[in-house]
Design a protein around this ligand. Structure first.
Ligand SMILES: CC(C)(COP(=O)(O)OP(=O)(O)OC[C@H]1O[C@@H](n2cnc3c(N)ncnc32)[C@H](O)[C@@H]1OP(=O)(O)O)[C@@H](O)C(=O)NCCC(=O)NCCS
Length: 136
């Protein structure tokens, strides 16, 4: 596997969060479901700015846990829209962990996760509706 140490993207993260002990799995690392939840939330924040209204997550197109996340890491999720369809769009998400909150102040930065989520714009009764034009 390639070296996942990286520099943070120059744009702002969608969310930043520090996982707590209650977010761990039996190994003591951060539970993958917690990470998936944060990534879905971040993807929703990106998607709703284009969908402008009610929407639902329809698919996790890909999700790769590249490195573990630890209690006290500073976790940053970055996202951008990579596809816009008729009623759905896909968001590419990257998660980085700065391992600076535990032990020695190492400033180690690791890319821990990459994912793609698809969201559907829905109407009041949950049926797909067209995504508004970007300019609207
Ligand atoms: C989202 C939902 C309304 C879509 O309904 P549907 O009958 O599948 O709608 P369609 O088949 O017309 O597909 C709608 C869009 O979703 C896309 N889509 C559907 N299934 C997909 C899948 N498995 N992967 C990727 N995209 C998918 C379609 O390609 C279409 O996109 P487009 O209009 O841009 O081409 C319905 O599947 C649903 O309610 N799912 C549950 C959502 C949910 O509970 N999410 C978790 C909590 S948010």
């Amino acid at each position: 596997m390639t070296d996942e140490r990286a520099t943070l993207p120059s744009r702002e993260p969608v969310i930043r969060i520090i996982p707590m002990p209650q977010d761990t799995n039996p190994n003591g690392d951060i539970f993958g479901g917690w990470i998936m939840s944060q990534v879905d939330l971040a993807g929703s924040v990106v998607a709703v700015q284009r969908i402008k209204g009610r929407m639902a997550t329809v698919a996790v197109d890909s999700f790769v846990f590249k490195k573990p996340v630890y209690v006290g890491d500073l976790v940053s999720v970055y996202g951008n829209i990579i596809r816009v369809g008729k009623t759905s769009l896909t968001v590419y998400l990257e998660v980085f962990a700065e391992r600076r909150m535990i032990g020695e102040f190492t400033r180690e930065l690791v890319k821990v996760t990459e994912a793609e989520f698809t969201y559907v714009a829905i109407d009041d009764v949950g049926r797909p509706r067209p995504i508004p034009n970007a300019a609207e």
